[in-house]
Design a protein around this ligand. Sequence first.
Ligand SMILES: [Cu+2]
Length: 96
Amino acid sequence: MADMGEAPSPEAAFGDAVRIAMINDTAWLHGMHLHGHHFRQIRADGTVGPLRDTILMNRGETVEIAFAADNPRDWLLHCHMLEHSAGGMMTWLRVA
Ligand SMILES: [Cu+2]
């Protein structure tokens, strides 16, 4: 996960289908939480997971999520372990 920057990542238009790949290259578990939308995991075999707003990532795991950008605003995507998000594991996206 990149640190939260000045530019949204990604910036989506209302109605876009958004896919975000997250790589956990740390030695810890992370519960990644998206505000404002619910998403589904896109598994490597092409199947999709249940609708959720948080997904637990194991160390070394890559997770791809997808959702419909149907809620215009700026939204946080961060680890739900608050010491991790305070340490920089937080970014944001914009739906305009
Ligand atoms: Cu974490």
